[in-house]
Ligand binder design. Structure first.
Ligand code: CAA
Length: 291
C-alpha cells in the first residue's frame, strides 16, 4: 500500500501535532475540524511549534515552509475520502468517533486505511462498525507529538497484516518508534501511566503529600521529566478520568477505581492547562499549586 496523502480528523492538541509531524515527513496532509476557528488556531500552533524547531536547529526554515505548504484544511469531512490513510483524533467519545466513521465511509476509496488515535476505546469495537475492519487499526501518538518518540500501533481482531505493515512504514518514515500493543483497555502506555497518575491523586487526597511535594518526589526521586500531577494537567484531567473509567469498566478490577478527588476537579471544570486551572493554577505568571 502506497501512502502519500493523510487525512487528520480533529485539529486539537493531538490532531495538530499529528498533522505537523506528517507534513514534516513529506506527506500531503488534509486536516478537518467542525470549526474554522479550530483549523486557523491549529495552523498557528503548528507554525509556532515549527518555528521553535527552526530556532533550535532541529529543522531548516525551508523544511518548515515546505511542510506548512503541504497542509490543507477543510470543514468538509468527506473531502478526506481521497486520502490513503485517515487518522481520527477527535474528542475521546465513542459516539463522536462512530459518527465520524459513518459519515466518512461512503466517501472513502476502497483501499483507504482508517485509524483512530484513541487512547483507550476498543479498536475492535470501533472497527466492527465500519465497512473495513481489516483495514482499521489504532494509531496512538503521545503528547507533545513532535517531541515524543513513541507511537502505539494497535491491531483489532480483524486487522490484516498489510494494514499493520503500511502503518508501521508511516511510523518509520516519521523517524519514530512503534510499539505493538494488543487491543485491551488502555493498551500499554495508559495501562501503566494512568494508574500511576491516579495513585498520585490518591496520595494528594489522603494528605500524604501536597501537589508540590508529590511532583518533586517523582521528578527528583524517579527522574520523571514532569511530576504526575503536572503531567495530569498537561494531558487534561477529563481525559485522565475517562481513561481510568475505561480501565475500571473494561478490566473490572477495583484497583483501577478513579480517585474521588480527580472526579471533583473534573466536575469543577478544572481540567488542567487547557482550562487555566487543575492541580496548578496557570492564570498567573508561574503555575501555582491549587492544594
Ligand atoms: N512542538 C515542537 N517541539 C516541542 C513542543 C512542541 N509542541 N513542545 C516541546 N518541544 C521541544 C522543545 O523545543 C525542546 O526542544 P530541544 O530539546 O531541542 O530544546 C524540547 O521539546 C523540550 O522542551 P522544553 O525545553 O520546552 O521543556 P521540557 O524540557 O520541560 O520538556 C516535555 C517538555 C518534552 C513535554 C517534557 O516535560 C516531557 O517529556 N514530559 C512528559 C510528557 C509525557 O509523558 N507525555 C506522554 C503523555 S501520555 C499521552 O500522551 C498518551 C495519552 O493517551 C494520554
Amino acid at each position: 500500500m502506497n501512502i502519500e496523502a493523510i487525512g487528520v480528523v480533529g485539529a486539537g492538541q493531538m490532531g495538530n501535532g499529528i498533522a505537523h509531524v506528517m507534513a514534516l515527513a513529506g506527506y500531503e496532509v488534509l486536516l478537518t475540524d467542525v470549526s474554522q476557528q479550530a483549523l486557523d488556531d491549529a495552523m498557528e500552533v503548528m507554525r509556532r511549534n515549527m518555528e521553535r524547531q527552526v530556532s533550535r536547529d532541529k529543522i531548516a526554515q525551508a523544511d518548515m515552509d515546505d511542510a506548512l505548504a503541504r497542509i490543507g484544511t477543510t470543514l468538509t469531512l468527506t473531502d478526506l475520502g481521497r486520502t490513503d490513510l485517515i487518522i481520527e483524533a477527535a474528542t475521546e467519545r465513542e459516539t463522536v468517533k462512530q459518527a465520524i466513521f459513518e459519515d466518512l465511509m461512503p466517501a472513502l476509496k476502497p483501499e483507504t486505511i482508517l485509524t483512530s488515535n484513541t487512547s483507550s476505546i476498543s479498536i475492535t469495537r470501533l472497527a466492527s462498525r465500519t465497512d473495513r475492519p481489516e483495514r482499521f487499526m489504532g494509531f496512538h501518538f503521545m503528547n507533545p507529538v513532535p517531541v515524543m518518540q513513541l507511537v502505539e500501533l494497535i491491531r483489532g481482531i480483524a486487522t490484516d497484516r498489510a494494514t499493520y505493515d503500511a502503518c508501521l512504514g508511516v511510523v518509520e518514515r516519521l523517524g519514530k518508534t512503534a510499539a505493538s500493543a494488543e487491543d485491551f483497555p488502555g493498551f500499554i502506555v495508559n495501562r501503566i501511566l494512568m494508574p500511576m497518575i491516579n495513585e498520585a491523586v490518591y496520595t494528594l487526597y489522603e494528605g500524604v503529600g501536597n501537589v508540590k511535594s508529590i511532583d518533586q518526589s517523582m521528578k527528583l526521586g524517579a527522574n520523571h521529566p514532569m511530576g504526575p500531577l503536572e503531567l495530569a494537567d498537561f494531558i487534561g484531567l477529563d481525559t485522565c478520568l475517562a481513561i481510568m473509567n475505561v480501565l475500571h469498566d473494561g478490566l473490572a478490577d477495583t484497583k483501577y477505581r478513579p480517585c474521588p478527588l480527580l472526579t471533583k476537579y473534573v466536575e469543577a471544570g478544572w481540567l488542567g492547562r487547557k482550562t487555566g486551572r487543575g492541580f496548578y493554577d496557570y492564570r498567573g505568571e508561574t503555575p501555582t499549586p491549587t492544594r
